[in-house]
Design a protein around this ligand. Structure first.
Ligand SMILES: NC(=O)c1ccc[n+]([C@@H]2O[C@H](COP(=O)([O-])OP(=O)(O)OC[C@H]3O[C@@H](n4cnc5c(N)ncnc54)[C@H](O)[C@@H]3O)[C@@H](O)[C@H]2O)c1
Length: 264
């Protein structure tokens, strides 16, 4: 029960990695608010959190809108009493397999808005509260695509390196207030994110012709991951639980790769 008595918010918590983080934090004793565009799916995760004996809340929020963060934080303070942990997990991929000359301005703008600018909005809205309390944990979900400089998804790769850089900037600024800010870089996970990506790769990239999306995914796991094993939402979630716990009180400004050795 490393998070007993804590209140966590997980953006993009309706499925995939965010759902995994919400459930593992609840298993460790936290009450959890799930903020997502998909509020019905978020409500189902809230029910799963409640089944673990914790309080839970599903809130409709679009992380590209600063006003949604203000409303989210007020709702959570009112309904769950306080905020101790903010996990900025919501994120989107861009179209795969494009040389950068084929990227459009829309590709760049959308990915930047959802993956990076959203974390600026979130941190800006929560910082005064965490500073006043002289406590708080911010965990930003980046990706191996940042440090790996992925040519197949330039806007995504740049956005995730942006998440890591911004994590370190905010960590420096909030360190004196006993607020830690860290990033986690997941490797390759079979969530909706990769299922859609693999489907597009199977249909559009001759290298993967005739393969099912799952076969495309498995071939990437074998080609890229030294430990030859995909990651799971729980792998990422236990790292998030650790960073949110008192055990990690002296860890800030880090990007923790949970990737079976890819970035190594
Ligand atoms: N799956 C992977 O292999 C992988 C690898 C590295 C990093 N990541 C990162 O992990 C995070 C979660 O990925 P996932 O695999 O669980 O993805 P997913 O697509 O399965 O889930 C993403 C969730 O975010 C929500 N979301 C999207 N845009 C939103 C918005 N504007 N406002 C609020 N919610 C929004 C979606 O509704 C969904 O519930 C993302 O930041 C992603 O970039 C994933």
């Amino acid at each position: 029960m490393r998070l007993a008595g804590k209140v966590a918010i997980v953006t993009g918590g309706a499925m995939g990695i965010g759902r995994g983080i919400a459930l593992c934090m609840a298993k460790e004793g936290a009450d959890v608010a799930i903020a997502d565009l998909q509020v019905e799916a978020a409500a189902k995760v809230a029910d799963e959190v409640k089944a673990l004996g914790r309080k839970a809340l599903a809130v409709k929020a679009d992380v590209t809108k600063p006003a949604d963060f203000e409303a989210l934080f007020e709702t959570v303070k009112k309904e769950l009493g306080k905020i101790d942990i903010l996990v900025n997990n919501a994120g989107v991929a861009c179209k795969p397999g494009l040389p950068f000359t084929n990227n459009t301005e829309e590709d760049w703008d959308r990915v930047h808005a959802v993956n990076v600018k959203s974390i600026f909005f979130a941190c800006k809205a929560i910082a005064p509260y965490f500073i006043e309390r002289k406590a708080g944990r911010i965990i930003n979900i980046a990706s191996i695509a940042g440090p790996m400089n992925s040519p197949s998804m330039p806007p995504y790769s740049v956005s995730k390196m942006g998440v890591i850089t911004f994590t370190k900037i905010v960590a420096k600024e909030l360190a004196a207030h006993d607020v830690t800010v860290n990033a986690i870089c997941p490797g390759i996970l079979w969530t909706a994110f990769w299922q859609e990506l693999a489907d597009t790769m199977a249909r559009t990239n001759p290298q993967f012709a005739g393969m099912t999306p799952r076969q495309v995914f498995e071939s990437r796991v074998q080609a890229v991951i030294p430990m030859k094993r995909e990651q799971t939402p729980e792998d990422i979630a236990w790292a998030a639980v650790f960073l949110a716990s008192d055990q990690a009180r002296n860890i800030t400004g880090q990007a923790l790769h949970v990737d079976g050795g890819v970035v190594m």
